[in-house]
Write a protein that binds this ligand. Structure first.
Ligand SMILES: Cc1ncc(COP(=O)(O)O)c(C=O)c1O
Length: 490
């Protein structure tokens, strides 16, 4: 007598894995599909199936391997098999039905396909298409789908241990990008990059000591402004915004004082793309026993940095540039030995006091004040993504986009501020062509999905193109096509 074989499934989204299973089952006898009822799917999975029971049944009945379709609960037992006179239940190797062993026939699942995969891929395709904008501003940068989606999490009180563990992971992994965990640690703050520049400057310089700040762009200047706001004893060392620092002149300045304790500068001046040489400045700091403070906001996680080798005591960066996370977390990677010494310095600031934030995190794995919860989840995802890509590969990817950009600019006869020899290959400050209005150009490009950025150097009429974030040289080529189209039409 022909056997009656039951195959149980939800068949919400039919795929070739289902068909293969049906075909195999049909070799054993008549195929009766035990189709999970709508309310059972809702109870188990928490959503209504895309197609209701009657439509799923209609689809299944049209398949040549299927003889009957009956309504079944989520879990089958021997009573269900008895009711429909079933000889054998065929199931994939994820069976959880509680039935007698001799009635069960297990087939391996088809690899690489499931209704869940189809559902997630469809959602991902829509979300990516909808949300992918090419940000050519120097951060917040274009983020991956994974980073965007990682923010959709269960509500959690950030004081829970689970969240403390997440922040500890983030802190350690951020340290590992530029230093070793034995001697260095990372202190997290909620806020934008400027928050940590202010935290470091206001926390680390003793009142009877001076800080020498190199100003060769808007962010160097900002450090001077912060030091002024706290009435700190600062020496501003002005340097060209487009050429390397004159080390001899810098050394002479240092020698003029006996009470400088700190040297501060920006690694990649985001205003121009001028890359200051950390090897040289690290040596200088060591020679004169200065603690080196580096604003690495737009270089960290792209341009390799070795804090120990380069004698850096404090390094500041944020979550939304080359690390490719969301805006809202800023951090300081610091030498623990230096942090311990801060105990004797009376804080100039309450919220941004570096020593208090450090000690509190060490003791509790918590920030002192409410952290940006979802941004931290996104940062964890961004860290996992950079671990997969590697900092060096990320910089190679960025550099390739930069090369695509500058090669074309040269062909077009457009000039940019900083010579290739001293360039960070992260952001380029380009002279605005004659007759072009920045806002008009911005709006045209923005409409087409590309965001460009205004210049920030007073003496030159420029705009900026950054090549960071989840973009590559093909995006840059697409941008250049539209950019040329714009210039042709003005
Ligand atoms: C070098 C540098 N420092 C500091 C900042 C300030 O960061 P935020 O705007 O996040 O406060 C930026 C921002 O672009 C930067 O590029």
């Amino acid at each position: 007598m022909t056997k009656r074989i039951m195959l149980d499934m939800s068949a919400t989204l039919i795929h070739h894995g289902h068909i293969r299973l049906m075909k195999k089952a049909s070799e054993y006898g008549k195929v009766i599909i035990g189709l999970t009822m709508d309310e059972e799917i809702f109870k188990k999975k928490g959503y209504q199936p895309e197609l209701s029971f009657e439509y799923r049944k209609e689809v299944l009945e049209a398949i040549k391997y299927v003889d009957e379709v009956v309504a079944t609960p989520w879990l089958l037992d021997d009573n269900v098999l008895k009711k429909y006179n079933i000889d054998l239940l065929v199931h994939g190797d994820d069976n959880s039905n509680i039935i007698k062993k001799e009635k069960l026939l297990i087939f391996p699942r088809t690899q690489g396909i499931s209704s869940k995969d189809i559902r997630e891929n469809a959602f991902k395709a829509i979300a990516e298409k909808k949300s992918r904008k090419i940000l050519l501003n120097p951060g917040p940068a274009t983020t991956t789908y994974g980073v965007k989606m990682s923010q959709v999490v269960d509500d959690i009180c950030p004081r829970e241990k689970k969240f403390g563990d997440l922040m500890e992971f983030v802190s350690k992994e951020l340290t590992k990008i530029v230093a070793n965990l034995d001697e260095y640690t990372t202190i997290l703050f909620g806020g934008s990059g400027t928050a940590v520049v202010e935290a470091v400057l206001s926390s680390v310089v003793p009142r009877d000591k001076k800080i020498l700040i190199i100003n060769n762009g808007a962010y160097g200047k900002r450090m001077c402004q912060i030091a002024s706001a706290y009435d700190m004893d600062q020496i501003e060392f002005k340097s060209s915004s487009i050429a390397p620092i004159d080390l001899k002149k810098l050394e002479e300045t240092i020698k003029n004082y006996t009470d400088i304790s700190h040297l501060a500068l920006v690694h990649n001046e985001t205003t121009t793309g001028l890359l200051n040489n950390l090897d040289d400045l690290g040596k200088m700091a060591k020679l004169y026993n200065l603690e080196l403070i580096i604003d690495a906001m737009s270089s960290y996680a792209a341009i390799p940095i070795d804090m120990k080798k380069q004698n850096i005591s404090y390094l500041m960066a944020s979550s939304n540039k080359n690390i490719q996370g969301m805006a809202g977390v800023a951090f300081v990677v610091a030498k623990k030995e230096k942090l311990e010494n801060l105990k004797s310095i009376k804080p100039r600031n309450f919220y941004l006091d570096l020593y208090s934030q450090y000690k509190n995190f060490e003791n509790t794995h918590q920030m002192r004040f409410t952290p940006p919860v979802q941004t931290l989840y996104a940062l964890k995802q961004a860290i996992n993504e950079i671990k997969r890509e590697g900092v060096e590969n990320r910089y190679k990817r960025y550099s390739k986009s930069w090369e695509a950009l500058t090669k074309e600019l040269k062909k077009m006869g457009l000039k940019y501020l900083v010579d290739d020899k001293f360039h960070s290959k992260i952001i380029t400050s380009i002279f605005i062509p004659n007759g072009v209005d920045f806002n008009n150009m911005h709006d045209y490009l923005y409409e087409k999905g590309f965001t460009i950025y205004p210049g920030k150097v007073d003496e030159f009429n420029t705009f900026r193109i950054a090549n960071i974030g989840d973009i590559d040289y093909k995006d840059m080529e697409d941008f250049l096509k539209i950019f040329k189209e714009y210039l042709k039409n003005i």
